[in-house]
Every structure is written in C-alpha cells, then in structure tokens.
Design a protein around this ligand. Structure first.
Ligand SMILES: Nc1ncnc2c1ncn2[C@@H]1O[C@H](COP(=O)(O)OP(=O)(O)OP(=O)(O)O)[C@@H](O)[C@H]1O
Length: 613
C-alpha cells in the first residue's frame, strides 16, 4: 500500500512568509516617513546580513565568536583600499568611472574574508567555550588595531574617504532609497543562498556538530572541516556586507567598527533566536529601528551609552522570559517538505544488499588490541573476529571493557596497541568519521540522537557521505542535489519502516518514547549503509515486549546483509539472537563460542557468579 502524504499546503504556507516579507521590504521606502527612516532600514539590512552570518557560527554550529566584526572590517577595507588607495590615488582613475570595480571588490572581499575565516577558524577548531571566546575576541581586536595603525594602507584613524557610491555606468545610486534597494538585493541573495545551504548536508552537518560532535563524526561527518567551513561561510557573508557598507557610507574609519559591535551583533542573534533562520532578521530589524526611535528620547540624548544598555537589558529580560529568542520556529534542514511517501511495509532498506564476501569468512579481525587510560588497563590484549553473516554477542560484567572495545572499533578511541582490520583494511588509526565511511556504524549506550532535529532529519545525517557536495551548489539549489536528497528521503522512509518507526518520521527526536528513540538511533546508523553495525546495549530501559521486538529487528538487520556486534546485559536477548558470543572480563577475552558453549563455560560462570559457581 502506498500512502500519499500531502505536504503541498504546508509548503505553500512556508513560501507565504518570505513572500509577504519580500513585499513589505520592497514597499518599505514608500511606507516610511522620510529619508532618515529609509537610511535606518538600510542599516537594519546591513545588520540582518551580519547577524545571519554570525548565526551560522553561533546558532547553527554552536561556535562562539566574539570577534565577528573583524571579517566585516576586512571586507570594507578591501573595497576602500582597492578603489580609493589603489585605483584613484595610485593609478589616477576618476572615482566616477570605477563602478565596474564593485564586483571585483566583492570577489576580493569574499576571498580575503574567507581566508581570514580560515586563519581564525583553524586554531580554534579544538577550542570551545572560554578559550574560543577569548581567541575570537583577540582576533577581532588585532584586525581593528591593524586598521588603526597601518596608516599607509588604511588611512589610520582618519580612515578612507571618497569611496564611490553604488553606480551602474553613469547612473549613480546615491539616494537613500537607491542605497536601500541595493543593500536589500544583497540581503535577499544572502538569505536565499543561506536557506539553500541550511537545508542541505552542510546545514545538517553544522547542526549535528552543535548537537553532538561525537555522534556527528560517527555519522561520517568530518567535523573539523565543517567547523572551518562555518567560519569561512560566516566570514564571507560579513566580508561582502562590509563592501556594501563602505559604498553606502562612502567612507570608513576605525570608528565605524567598535569592539561593542561584536557584542551587539551577537545580542541580535540571541535576541531574535540563535539557530533559527528568521531570528537574526527579526532581532536586527527590531533593534535597529528601536535604536533609531530611542535616539529621540531625552534620556538617550543626554546619555548615548544608554542605547546599548537598553539592548543588554532587553536581552537579559528576554533570556529569562523566552530563552530561545523571539523566533522559535525550528530550522527546516531539508527542503523537500520534511515528509516522504510510505514504502511497502517491512521492506529491507535499500543499500543493505547481499555481500560478495561469503558467509562465515572473517570481516573484522581484532588482533591483540589493548587500551589503557593512564595507569588503568581497560583492555589488555583482546583478539577475536566477526564473521560474515553473524550476530556476535559481546558480554562481560560491569567494567569488563565492552564499551571501551566498541569505542576502539568505531574510532572514537584509538587503541594503545594491536590492530583492527575490517574487510582487509586497517582501521585502528582512523578517526570515527573515516571508520563510518569504511562501513562500520554504531549506536551508543545512552541514546544519542540529534534532539532538535526531526526523525527524518536525523536519518538524513546518516546519509551525509552520499549527499555531500560543494557549498555553492547547495546555495544555488542545483537540481542534482535536490534529486539526491529526494532519493535519500525515500530511503530514510524505507529504513524507518524497516525499523518499525515510520509513524514517528516527522516528530522531533526529543518527543519520542524511549523505545522509539532506540529504534531511530538504529535506523540512523543503518542510513550510513553499514556493513557492520555495533550496538551498545540497545535494549537498556526497554520492557519485555519491546525487547522481543528489538530481537526481531536485530535478526532482520543481519538477514538483510549487515553483520552485527551486540553488547547487551539482557542475557535472554543476547543468548537468543547471537550466533557466537565473546566474553570479556577485566579487559581480556575469557571465552568465545556459541551461546550454549558460553553458558556452560566455567570461566564465564566464575566471572559472573564468583568462584562459588
Ligand atoms: N575515558 C576513560 N577514562 C578512564 N577510564 C575509563 C575511560 N573509559 C573507560 N574507563 C575505564 O575502563 C574500564 C572499562 O570500562 P567500560 O565502560 O569499557 O566497561 P563496560 O564493560 O562497558 O562496563 P558497563 O557494562 O558498566 O558499561 C572501567 O574501569 C572504566 O572505568
């Protein structure tokens, strides 16, 4: 039975919001009472672009950046230096004829700010929290101080005047309305491109990193690369915005960008709703207009510093009343409406085809693997193999080293010694994202889903390796990627059906029952199309009937072509589904055999029941 789901209507309503916003934005200069307010609107657009760029780092990827304005400075000075210092002052061009230089400046700013993003991003990849905040703050200050002190290049504290206005040929776009429309075009392009990137493997990778970096990595995402990409994308947006700002103002000096601006833009993101799409837009618009209104208040005229004080106060109050910010609408991380048609019931998920390696041949060979933590030996010298077509049970008393072994097998922890060979390739030196790409997937002892994503979005993260591509291609929404994504969604539907959680597909992971969470975690791992699935206590917390159903699922996974390593404290489950069992105690293998052999093994009985056994 094929059940058609209807998401045509939600898609229409989703398009209605941007359409209304676009209409209001276009009509705004006619609605606003005078040029002063049109200038305020243009400034709001500059802040919308900046806040949206910073939102990539802070909101989507969870990386604090207190020096974001540095990238804006790079962009603004790139165009000022290129146009005024080089072409006008050095080469003697008439500024009125330099309109064609604008796109060159844009590309230059994009590249230079992108490089600045790389320079800042690289050393901060390992840093988080306090260290990251301080490093970014210091970077921002360095750029600002360079702009003040490199007088020959930047004009020092006087700055650079005479930056030509926006123009097309002889037509100068100098009126406030013309400036507004030019900047509006920039914001529309940025937002459309950003929406494309957010609802793509790139956006999902960013959010996955924010939610759980370790799990993101075990889904095949090269987390350091994507964090760097977040810096580059955020920086590029700020750089381009700097170019528009410089031409709009027609001059820049270091006072155009203060340390305070870093905190203001960050506050706007938080105020509007970090990690949402429209949050930065709403935050920046409300704040810039509020600030302009407040400028007429006597108290602000007497104490200009109160303006920022108001922002701080509003942010503090809002954080108490509405911690997520004004906009609470969650990001859509896929553009295909977030739903799929129902596949035929209980079909084996695509990608789990039979394997060319013959049944019974070893696929994973663990050879004298050891792992120590300081003075503690979690794994002594462990050797065993997983064979094609089997479920290998892994049991042992608490602290025996089972989870450590799973971490070592999945690349989360590197072994201190020994080797691990998977289908002929050594995988013991690989990071978890590379182990995942080799075909080893895993679940975790305590369920680790991306809680803010829907179930389908969680599964799409599992398909990351097959869907990834170039950021510009996602920004341009090339049809090839749309088709790939549609195919992955169909596959996700099929995997969910297989895992028995089809009905949960559009729910947020945090809203699922415990049983469903476990199943979705398995389904997400299956979306990586693993050849070997490592399950760490999947039945923990389940009742008897749920455990029984889980046993059928695990058997079905093996039957559909994925070998399984199962750690489980539930002996009934382990004994009933395992083809062979390896028993660990104190970091050593003490027995290997069929469930019956292991059950009767004296060493196993002693490990579990003590010497009296
Ligand atoms: N990151 C770590 N740092 C220090 N010690 C660790 C670390 N991870 C595990 N250990 C220690 O290694 C030993 C084995 O732990 P592990 O979690 O692998 O056992 P387990 O068999 O999975 O236990 P359980 O069934 O309780 O989950 C324990 O003594 C544990 O304290």
């Amino acid at each position: 039975m094929i059940v058609k789901s209807s998401w045509a209507l939600p898609r229409l309503t989703r398009l209605a919001i941007p359409a209304v916003l676009a209409l209001v934005a276009v009509l705004l200069p006619f609605i606003l009472p005078g040029d002063r307010w049109v200038r305020v609107a243009a400034l709001a657009l500059i802040y919308i672009a900046l806040a949206s760029g910073l939102n990539i780092l802070v909101g989507l990827t969870g990386l604090l950046d207190l020096g974001f304005i540095a990238f804006f400075i790079v962009g603004a000075y790139t165009t000022a230096i290129l146009t005024v210092q080089l072409f006008v002052n050095q080469l003697g061009f008439d500024p009125d004829t330099l309109w064609w230089l604008f796109p060159v400046s844009l590309v230059g700013a994009l590249v230079l700010a992108g490089i600045a993003g790389c320079i800042l991003g690289y050393p901060t990849l390992r840093a988080r929290g306090d260290y990251l905040a301080i490093m970014t703050l210091a970077f921002g200050e360095i750029v600002r101080l360079v702009s003040i002190n490199w007088i020959g290049l930047t004009g020092g504290s006087v700055g650079i005047r005479g930056i030509p206005p926006f123009a097309i040929g002889d037509l100068e776009l100098t009126s406030p309305s013309a400036n507004y429309y030019v900047v509006l075009a920039m914001v529309v392009v940025i937002l459309v491109a950003l929406a494309g990137v957010v609802a793509s493997p790139v956006g999902r990778a960013w959010v996955a990193i924010r939610e759980d970096e370790l799990v993101a990595s075990s889904m095949g995402i090269r987390t350091r690369r994507y964090k760097l990409l977040a810096y580059v994308c955020g920086a590029s947006i700020a750089g381009v915005t700097g170019v528009f700002f410089a031409h709009m103002q027609q001059f820049i000096n270091p006072d155009s960008f203060t340390l305070e601006d870093n905190f203001i833009v960050l506050s706007l993101v938080i105020l509007g709703g970090a990690g949402t799409f429209w949050g930065p837009v709403v935050g920046a618009t409300l704040w810039i207009f509020f600030q302009a209104i407040a400028r007429d208040w006597t108290i602000v005229q007497e104490h200009p510093e109160f303006r920022t004080g108001f922002l701080a106060l509003i942010v503090v109050v809002l954080m108490i009343v509405r911690p997520g910010g004004i906009v609470s609408r969650k990001l859509k991380l896929t553009r295909s409406g977030g739903d799929v048609e129902r596949p035929e019931p209980r079909t084996a998920p695509a990608g789990l085809e039979p394997d060319p390696i013959e049944a019974g041949a070893p696929v994973l060979v663990v050879d004298t693997v050891g792992r120590t933590f300081g003075g503690l030996t979690a794994l002594g010298s462990v050797s065993f193999e997983v064979r094609r077509g089997e479920i290998l049970g892994l049991m042992g008393p608490n602290g025996a080293g089972k989870s450590t072994l799973l971490n070592v097998l999945s690349g989360v922890t590197k072994p201190s010694r020994g080797s691990i060979t998977f289908r002929g390739d050594r995988i013991d030196g690989l990071d978890s994202d590379r182990v995942s790409v080799k075909g080893v997937a895993r679940t975790f002892q305590t369920v680790r889903l991306f809680w803010q994503m829907t179930v389908l979005e969680n599964l799409l993260v599992g398909a990351h390796e097959r869907l990834r591509g170039w950021v510009p291609a996602f920004a341009l929404r090339l049809p090839r990627h749309r088709h790939d994504e549609a195919r992955a969604l169909t596959e996700a539907g099929s995997v969910l059906e297989f895992a028995g959680v089809w009905d949960e597909r559009t729910r947020r992971a945090s809203a699922l029952s415990y049983d469903s969470q476990r199943r979705v975690e398995i389904a997400r791992a299956l979306m990586t199309r693993p050849k070997l699935l490592l399950l760490d206590e999947p039945a923990a917390g389940m009742n008897e009937s749920e455990t029984k159903a889980l046993a059928s699922l695990i058997t079905a996974i093996r039957d559909s072509g994925t070998d399984v390593v199962l750690i489980e404290h539930d002996m009934d489950l382990l004994m009933s589904v395992s083809d062979r069992i390896v028993v660990l105690d104190h970091g050593e293998v003490i027995a290997t055999g069929t469930p019956d052999e292991v059950r009767r093994n004296p060493a196993v009985l002693e490990a579990y029941l003590g010497s009296d056994a």
